[in-house]
Design a protein around this ligand. Structure first.
Ligand SMILES: Nc1ncnc2c1ncn2[C@@H]1O[C@H](COP(=O)(O)OP(=O)(O)OP(=O)(O)O)[C@@H](O)[C@H]1O
Length: 325
């Protein structure tokens, strides 16, 4: 098994007598996007700051390793392996985009020629060549974010922390940013993403953790999280009215849509449930023309997990990766 990009055990942090993080375990596989969600003030930025060595973890935290290095004993090695772009950009508005890039190259002690090459490559890759000689203060929000990420990449980090990278961007700029993030991951970079946009996590993240009340309320793929919430169903559509009636009789609990000749069968979309539905159809010798699985969206998951009523984990034991803690 390869070493995880991030392995944090019992992450704790308190401000005064308020425990913001109260024993959070996080494991992020290399080359994946991991998204941390949570309501305002849940501790997402605090987590990013600890993992990126900007603030120290609480003294009673367990071992925290980033890029294989122990955060407590080798923070320099961690810093060398990571890049961070926060909610407050590192871009200096008074100088040009190119000068910002060259400043970064200097900070990373790149030889002058190498620094120029890296800066030019990244400006090209992030579609900033035309604006490179203009002061960064004249850039749009999307351009500033692109420059910010380009600056982070000067040091060739293997792990990037993106703290709300698309907040305030219009939909097109947000989609551009998603493409950039996908490109980074395709190059093998690990991305630790915090976001307020659940669709963003849904689109990008391999795994999602929901932070609430100092702990991880649930963790899994977007699909696994959606299956934790009631409201999912399997929709069966028929063209033959007799088949529709036969199925309706066989599947007692289904909600009928007479007009569309469709049945909505409450289901978590898990394998066992689907088997049972198909077995009952088979036993009644009816065949659906179309079967679709509908799961709640991440908004439903977020509200359920952070609003008090944490749903029970579904009965299916064949989904061991799914966890409500
Ligand atoms: N330096 C500090 N001193 C005291 N309290 C702090 C400090 N930094 C953060 N906090 C508190 O810790 C809690 C977590 O803050 P944090 O910024 O990590 O939350 P967040 O999940 O990133 O929120 P948001 O979505 O609003 O950015 C908040 O209640 C915040 O007020």
């Amino acid at each position: 098994m390869t070493t995880p990009a991030i392995a944090a055990n019992r992450l704790r942090k308190s401000y005064g007598d308020k425990a913001v993080l109260d024993g959070v375990d996080l494991t992020v596989a290399e080359g994946t996007v991991f998204s941390l969600l949570g309501p305002n003030g849940a501790g997402k930025t605090t987590t990013v700051k600890i993992l990126s060595t900007l603030i120290s973890p609480g003294p009673d935290s367990g071992e925290i390793r980033v890029a294989g290095h122990d955060l407590a004993t080798d923070p320099q090695a961690v810093r060398a392996a990571i890049g961070v772009t926060g909610q407050f950009s590192a871009v200096d508005g008074l100088i040009t985009g190119e000068e910002n890039m060259l400043l970064m190259a200097d900070l990373h002690h790149l030889p002058r020629r190498e620094g120029r090459r890296v800066a030019a490559d990244l400006l090209e890759r992030f579609d900033l060549v035309a604006a490179a000689k203009k002061p960064a203060s004249t850039y749009s929000g999307g351009m500033k974010r692109r420059l910010d990420i380009a600056m982070t990449l000067v040091g060739d980090p293997r792990i990037i922390f993106l703290d709300e990278p698309t907040t305030g961007l219009d939909p097109r700029s947000r989609h551009n940013m998603w493409q950039i993030i996908r490109g980074l991951v395709a190059d093998g970079v690990t991305v630790f993403l915090t976001t307020q946009y659940l669709e963003e996590a849904d689109q990008l993240a391999d795994r999602i953790a929901v932070l609430n009340d100092g702990g991880i309320a649930a963790e899994g793929t977007a699909e696994e999280l959606k299956r934790l919430i009631p409201g999912g169903h399997v929709r069966l559509r028929f063209t033959d009215p007799a088949a529709y009636r036969g199925a309706a009789a066989a599947l007692g609990a289904a909600v009928r849509d007479e007009e569309a000749l469709a049945l909505n069968v409450p289901s978590d979309g898990g394998q066992r449930d689907l088997h049972s539905i198909l077995d009952r159809l088979h036993a009644a010798s009816v065949e659906a023309d179309e079967l679709t699985v509908h799961t709640p969206d991440l908004d439903d998951v977020f509200f359920a997990l952070t609003g008090g009523g944490v749903p029970q984990q579904p009965q299916q034991s064949e989904q061991p990766t799914e966890a409500v803690r």
